[in-house]
Design a protein around this ligand. Structure first.
Ligand code: SF4
Length: 339
C-alpha cells in the first residue's frame, strides 16, 4: 500500500496531540518519555515526564542521583524495574560511554530495559533511523487495515507484523511515520468502537470492508493472573513505626514496606501471637498488577514487638514518605490516615 505513510503522516500533522516530548530531539528526554509511557497512560505520564526532566535535566544528573531518590520520584507509576533500569543505564552511559547517549538502534537496544519497540522508537524519533515501531496500538491498527488473523501474541505473529511494519515505513521520515501510526492507534483505531469515520485509512481498511473490526486483532491466549495474600504489620509506638526493605527479585524490589507475612491461600491463618496490643485489622484490600492480584490485610499494633527482626528498621512515622513505598501502602496511608 504505497499511500499508507502519506495518509497517516498528513493526518498526524493536522490532528496530533501536543505532548511535551513531541518537540524533543534530545535522545535522553525521548528515552525518559518512552520508559515512562510503558504500561502508563499518557495523561499520567506527562506529570512524571515533567517531574523527571525537571529533577534530572541531564543524563549525568540522573546517574548521580541516589537510587532511593529516583524510586521516590517514580512512586505511583508502578513497575519499578523501569526506574531501576533507567538509573542503571544512566550510570552506565556516564561511566562507560563518556556520558553520551548511544546514537544507533543496535547500541540503544543494549541499554537495560530497552526492547525492540523502545529502541526503534528512540532511534527513529531522535536519529531518524528506519526502524518501524510495533506496539499494542500498531498491532491493532495493522491487523484491522490488512485484516490479518495471525495471533499477535504468537512468534509467527510478532515476525509477520514487524515485517509488515518495516515494509510500510516511510524511508525519508521514519520518526514522524512511527509517531503517526501510534497516534492513530491511540486516538482513532481504539480497541472498542474505533472512530472509522475520522480515520485516514478508512478507504483502505479491509476489516472495515469485511465487517470484522471487532474480531481484530486475534490473540492466542490471555496471561494467567496469580493471586497473592499479604499481611502487613503496622507497629505504632511513641510516634515511631517499623519498616523493612523488600529483598530479592520480584515485584517492588528494594522498596520499603511494613513488615509483611505472605501466605499461600486467602483463608490461611497467620500466627500473630508474638505481637501484643493488636488494635485493628483492615478489611482485605485488592491491588491489581498486570500478572498478579495482591490481597492485603493491614494489622495494627499499639506497641513494638519484643524481638526486632534483623531486616527491620525503626523510623519516625513522620519520615515514612522519605522511603520509596509500593502504591498499595502509599494508598493505604493516604486513605486511612494511619499516623
Ligand atoms: S477504518 Fe476503523 S478499523 Fe480500520 S484502521 Fe481506521 S479506525 Fe481502525
Amino acid at each position: 500500500m504505497n499511500d499508507f505513510s502519506p495518509l497517516i503522516v498528513d493526518w498526524y500533522r493536522l490532528k496530533k496531540r501536543e505532548l511535551p516530548w513531541r518537540a524533543e530531539s534530545n535522545p535522553y528526554f525521548i528515552w525518559l518519555s518512552e520508559i515512562i509511557l510503558q504500561q502508563t497512560r499518557v495523561s499520567q505520564g506527562i506529570y512524571y515526564y515533567l517531574k523527571f526532566t525537571k529533577n534530572y535535566p541531564t543524563i549525568i544528573a540522573l546517574a548521580n542521583a541516589e537510587e532511593k531518590e529516583v524510586l521516590n520520584d517514580w512512586q505511583g507509576l508502578g513497575y519499578y524495574s523501569r526506574a531501576r533500569n533507567l538509573h542503571f543505564s544512566a550510570k552506565h552511559i556516564r561511566d562507560e560511554l563518556n556520558g553520551v547517549f548511544p546514537t544507533t538502534y543496535n547500541e540503544i537496544r543494549k541499554l537495560k530495559g530497552v526492547g525492540q519497540y523502545t529502541a526503534s522508537a528512540i532511534s527513529s524519533f531522535a536519529f531518524n533511523e528506519k526502524r518501524a515501531v510495533v506496539d499494542g496500538n500498531v498491532y491493532r491498527l495493522l491487523s484491522r487495515v490488512f485484516n490479518l488473523d495471525t495471533p499477535i501474541d504468537s512468534s509467527s505473529g510478532v515476525k509477520e507484523f514487524q515485517e509488515l511494519a518495516d515494509t510500510l515505513i516511510n524511508r525519508e521520515n521514519p520518526g514522524e511515520h512511527n509517531q503517526a501510526i501510534m497516534e492513530i492507534g491511540a486516538l482513532i483505531c481504539v480497541p472498542k468502537q474505533p472512530k472509522c469515520i475520522e480515520c485516514p485509512l478508512k478507504e483502505k481498511c479491509l476489516s472495515l470492508a469485511n465487517n470484522c473490526i471487532n474480531s481484530r486483532p486475534i490473540k492466542k491466549g490471555k496471561t494467567r493472573v496469580t493471586g497473592r495474600f499479604f499481611h502487613y504489620l503496622i507497629f505504632n509506638s511513641e510516634e515511631k513505626t517499623i519498616i523493612e526493605q523488600r529483598i530479592g527479585k520480584g515485584i517492588w524490589q528494594n522498596m520499603y514496606q511494613f513488615p509483611m507475612v505472605e501466605v499461600a491461600k486467602a483463608d490461611e491463618r497467620i500466627d500473630l501471637s508474638a505481637f501484643k496490643n493488636k488494635s485493628f485489622e483492615s478489611p482485605v484490600r485488592k491491588h491489581v498488577l498486570s500478572h498478579q492480584h495482591i490481597y492485603a490485610t493491614f494489622h495494627h499494633f499499639n506497641s513494638f514487638p519484643t524481638e526486632i527482626n534483623g531486616n527491620w528498621r525503626t523510623i519516625k512515622q513522620s519520615d515514612i514518605q522519605e522511603y520509596p513505598l509500593p502504591r498499595i501502602i502509599d494508598r493505604y496511608l493516604e486513605e486511612e490516615d494511619v499516623f
